[in-house]
Every structure is written in structure tokens, then in C-alpha cells.
Design a protein around this ligand. Sequence first.
Ligand SMILES: [Zn+2]
Length: 386
Amino acid sequence: MTKARYTPHDMLARLIAFDTTSRDGNIPLIEFVEDYLEDWGIKSLRVDYEAGKKTNLYATIGPDMAGGIVLSGHTDVVPVDGQPWSSDPFQMVEKDGKFYGRGACDMKGFLATALALVPEFKAASLKTPIHLALSCDEEVGCIGVRPLVAYMKKHLPRPKAVIVGEPTLMKVVNAHKGAHTFATEVLGHEAHSSCTHLGVNAILVAGELLSEIGRIAADMRERGDPSGRFNPPYTSVHVGLIEGGTAKNIIPRRCAFKWETRLLPGSDPDEVPARFDRFARSLEPAMKRIAADTGITTDCTNKVPGLRPQPDSPAEHLALHLAEANGTEAVSYCTEAGLFQEIGIPSIICGPGSIEQAHKADEFIAISEMAKCEAFMRRLIRHCVN
Ligand SMILES: [Zn+2]
């Protein structure tokens, strides 16, 4: 039987054709990759996030030992709902030196290049293993990869470096912010709108909390970013969603809002929520004097760790060498790299395409970026045979 061979171009078309919108899962794509790897005699392992629907895949090419290089990417994509695409987002189109399709740059271009080179990885006598780590549910808060990260920590030989192929135009990125998200609920006390003295207006209490968030945000902005690498140059705080109330003439019993902070790496993750919480506690006595069952609760709904720069790490050295770059950059978006770093594996971000095209209608990757990524992977092979 002949083994299937793909150019990075063909492989990208194949991967884009799987609609892997986060909410719908990624099993058909993973099955395709499993079969392809098996054809080439490479065993892979699944670590489920949601059994039967969303899974992560880990495969090793070369010796089964510690010290390998992980090529890591998420397989899920953001929805195309409501976006004005010029062509079918799940049918790759080549035009003007670009490949168009959902996930072209974020981040099937990187995965397609790595997968297309698997036969070359396999044919080389690798002394250092190359691992593939394909994840799910990254676009909804870097949550899907977590069981894989936990599994790697517990059961697998520790790799030397993780290269996360998010789109950086093949620049080497060694730092990004973390993101912590919160859901706050204010429970007040209902009354007729004429009887303001008998009710606790949950919307007005929420308003005070929002003002405090505004003050915290202003203070963080004032404090700035000592590293001078981030845009915006401070830890930011943001409120994204609010709901509350029933009718104009009812004092609202409930108001809830969702907010987040994007932290400079290395900053104290508890500072912002602790200050918010102190302020919330200070509002409660007046609420409880009117009705005992009133109060304010805040839950942390997700924590994505930032990526701390590790300037002398093997990941950074290697990526600079493979990308033929002489400096590193920082980005403001989150990736899975901080999660790998958290379990002690030096991690770096470097991948083809631009984040500018990610998540938009007519997402594309320049063919020249795919070529740069291919050259990067070929240098990786040379690195791993020595
Ligand atoms: Zn991405």
C-alpha cells in the first residue's frame, strides 16, 4: 500500500475542509491525522477533553526519550457565523499568493506544514525526538489542552522545548499576557419602584462595582509596564457583558456582569480580584441592613497563565536559530505556551501568518509564510539528527 504524501499546500486544504469550530469538536480531523500517522508507522495517543467530541493528540517521531521538541498547535477554529466571507470558509482557495480559509493562519498553516513533513521527520535518523501536540478548545479560553498538559506532566518523558505555532509571521515571541476572567453577581432586593427605601437596587450596586473596576484599571494603567514590551503597556481590566433588571418600575433584584484582567507576565494575579473583593465587601453591610439575603459574589471562571520570558531557555535558543532571527518579541494575545511553561517545559511561540488575519472573514495565510515555516521545520530536522 502506498502511503499518503501531502505537500504543505495539500495538507492545509485537507485540514481547512474539516469544520473544527470549537463548539462542534474536532474528532474527524483527529481521526484523519491518526490514520495518516499510522500509515507512516507513528503511534499517537489521545487525551480527551470531552470524550467522543473534543480530544487532544500527542505523537512522537524518533526515539522515545526525554529532551524532545514539541510542535504544538490547536485544531479548533473560531466560528464563521455572521462573517461576510467571499467564498466557502471550509474550502481552501488560492489567490494572489495567499491561501484563504477558516483557520488558514490560526493555526492550520503551522499544523499542515508539520504534518506534511512527517515523512521527512520519519526518514531522518532523529537523535532528538520531535513530538506533535494537537489540541482542542483553545479559542474558547485555552481550556481543551489542559488534560493533555496534565498527562504530559505525569506520564511522558519531559521534552526540552515546546514551540507553539500561533501566527507570529515566523518571529520568535517569548512573552504574552495572562488572562483571568470573572463573573460577578449582585443580589439585591425587589420592591415597587416608588419604594426605593424598601429595596436594594442590584443595578445601582453593580454600577458602584463597575466604577471601582474603572478606578483599578486607571491605577494599573498609571503603573505601566516596566518591561516596555507590551501594547497596551500595562495590565488591562475590562468589562464585557452585563445583564440585570426586569422592568422599569421594579427595583431590580439581580444584576450580573463578566469582566477580565489581562496581566503582564510576572505580576501578582491576586491583586486585582482582591482589591475588587475588598470594595464589594464594603458595600454589603448597607445592602444587608435592608434585606439579609442580599450580597455580591464573584467567581473566577478561567485563568490562562501568561508566558514569562526565559531568555536563556533551550526553547528560545532553538527558535531563534530555526527562524534565523536575532531578537524576540512580546504579544498581547493568549496562547497555550504559558500552560506548558507552568509544568516546567520552556516554551516559545513562532508560527506562520499574521494574527491580523485571524478570526476575520476571508482569513488567509501568505504562501511565502508557509514556505518560511517549511524552511524552519527542515532546520529543525537538521538540529534533531545532530
Ligand atoms: Zn490560535
